[in-house]
Design a binder for this molecule. Structure first.
Ligand code: C2E
Ligand code: MG
Ligand code: MG
Ligand code: MG
Length: 277
């Protein structure tokens, strides 16, 4: 391999690409089977109100319980799911699980105010998404006001007009909308002002350096002020340290989510968090 001509390295390169393509196809078909064989799981990460440290909501996060590999994180299989179109079925499945679970917890009398569910950016290519959400709400009997749909800032900005129309139809169903990973995309303030959203989620990359990093301080403060002045709630993701929570609480940031409070948990472990009845 020491001396390779251009042609050789091209052959080598394309062989490698073929291998990657093969792996992707295999992963996509394994994922399709996982969905059919009910190997997907939803974990729920607690969300706190920072002012009084009360548990008030959850974010539903999908995992793949692989028979050999164990619990696989979404970062490893969602890109393939998006590419192959499986993401639509996965998102609908997660939505249904999360709505049913939330209804169950509310019926048990837990004072929760929202269940957040992520939507893929691909969903903006599904014009019937609002109909799908309405169907799931009806099927699970969850009052729409308890459902919060998270859309990333970059998904909105990819096609702002379509996104705005779809978000408006979703809002009209009575669900709440949050912009996820806020600060990592390029929203125009003009657009943000018009979107029917309820909450901004400050991306964890801006929480990491708190309370010392000057840039993170500037960004977290600016986003909180911006959100509040637009009448939105603000949540900070990825809080791992007391000092970060303390800084954000001082700032008046409304909600916090992160390993400091809890990792995403399976239902059985969430139920151990409840105070004994
Ligand atoms: P996200 O929506 O921004 O979710 C937050 C991610 O941050 C989760 O990763 C969560 O486990 C992680 N996280 C929470 N607290 C901390 C912390 O204190 N430190 C660190 N380092 N990380 C923390 P996860 O579960 O691996 O999910 C990654 C991404 O995958 C999510 O980011 C979301 O974009 C996507 N995703 C997850 N579930 C679904 C789903 O059902 N549908 C769709 N379309 N996307 C999903
Ligand atoms: Mg999210
Ligand atoms: Mg996020
Ligand atoms: Mg994120």
């Amino acid at each position: 391999k020491a001396k390779s001509t251009g042609r050789d390295s091209y052959a080598f390169y394309s062989q490698e690409l073929t291998e990657q393509a093969r792996q992707r196809i295999e992963l996509a078909s394994a994922l399709r089977q996982a969905l059919e064989r009910e190997q997907l799981r939803v974990h729920y990460q607690p969300i706190q109100r920072l002012a009084d440290s009360r548990l008030i909501g959850f974010e539903a996060l999908v995992r793949w319980e692989h028979p050999e590999r164990g619990l696989v994180a979404p970062g490893e299989f969602l890109p393939i799911a998006e590419e192959s179109g499986l993401i639509d079925s996965i998102d609908t499945w997660v939505l249904e699980q999360a709505c049913r679970q939330m209804r169950h917890w509310l019926e048990q009398g837990h004072a929760l105010t929202f269940m957040a569910v992520n939507l893929s950016c691909r969903l903006f290519r599904r014009a019937e998404l609002d109909g799908e959400v309405a169907r799931v709400l009806a099927a699970t009997g969850l009052d729409p006001k308890y459902l919060e749909l998270e859309i990333t800032e970059s998904a909105v900005m990819e096609d702002p007009d379509t996104a705005e129309a779809l978000l408006t139809r979703l809002r009209d169903l009575g669900v709440r909308l949050a912009i996820d990973d806020f600060g990592t995309g390029y929203s125009s303030l003009q657009r943000l002002k018009r979107l029917p959203v309820h909450k901004l989620k400050i991306d964890q990359s801006f929480v990491r350096g708190l309370p010392d990093d000057r840039n993170d301080i500037a960004i977290a403060s600016a986003v909180t002020a911006l959100g509040h002045s637009l009448g939105l709630c603000v949540l900070a993701e990825g809080i791992e340290e007391d000092a970060q929570a303390g800084f954000l609480r001082e700032l008046g940031c409304d909600y916090g989510q992160g390993y400091l409070f809890s990792r995403p948990l399976p239902v059985s472990e969430v139920e151990r968090l409840w105070p004994p009845a």
